[in-house]
Design a protein around this ligand. Sequence first.
Ligand SMILES: Nc1ncnc2c1ncn2[C@@H]1O[C@H](COP(=O)(O)OP(=O)(O)O)[C@@H](O)[C@H]1O
Ligand SMILES: [Mg+2]
Length: 293
Amino acid sequence: MIRMRKTGWLVVNGFLTATKYQNLYAMLKNAAEKRGVSLVCKRADELVCAVGEEKERYAPLPDFCIFWDKDVSLARRLEGLGIPVFNSADAVAVCDNKIRTAEKLTASGVKTPKTIPAPMTFESVGYGDCSFLQVAEKELGYPMIIKEAYGSFGAQVYLASERSSALEIIKKIGHKPFLMQEFIAESRGQDIRVNVVGNTVVCAMRRFSDNDFRSNVSAGGSTECIRLTAEQEQIALVACEAIGLDFAGVDVLFGKDGPLVCEVNSSPHFKSSFDCTGVDLSEYVLAYILERV
Ligand SMILES: Nc1ncnc2c1ncn2[C@@H]1O[C@H](COP(=O)(O)OP(=O)(O)O)[C@@H](O)[C@H]1O
Ligand SMILES: [Mg+2]
């Protein structure tokens, strides 16, 4: 019997065209190729079609999808065709929205900074009366983290030192959903990026910045290898399990009473982890998936 070569799709966001993304996709494709699997890059905008017409439109269907986008509807519709999707639509949705992440982690007993979701508003009116800020002031005090629900690379994360700067930040956010969060002072300008695949920590690095409260590499942070404590390792694994992730980049903060999970990335930009630790996450991701399809 002829065994057909397995084919997977790597679903990516077609609007992110920078070389840094292309490099990641090449690493994933290479890891698949090494294992005799063809991984075809599909831009989500190439897969646009009417709801219900996916089966005809996407044929022939792949054996699995690596979902490196945040288009939850597309992930769900691929799952609807019976294709195994890694990470799942539900897990991607939880990670994409930092309010949902906080809800899910807190419900599962994973320590996170105290988080107060802002009330929802409408595009035509914005936040207007911000008296809800008083609840956050009482519960969190200043400085206070203000974060858009949807954001990456630290670009939508702010530190408000007093009410006037909080109001300015909220004004800038416009009508988008956001949260107010306890600032973990011990972790100012530093955190740990823990890369998890399956139920295993694959590699970790400390990220640090001397001139910014955010440690993101894209925001100018530096990196160094770190040996995790059992507690740090455990919190990252439990966070992934709580969200139902197959793989993830977990941001862990240094709290005065132990680690806290800051956020979880369902499609982590693992190139900086590779540069720092020499560990290629894509090898682990492909090995994990091919054991399951
Ligand atoms: N509550 C917090 N206390 C202290 N530092 C924080 C807090 N939240 C975020 N940070 C810092 O800001 C960075 C970016 O925040 P994060 O929630 O990971 O957003 P992004 O998705 O943009 O990376 C974190 O890596 C961390 O350095
Ligand atoms: Mg982050």
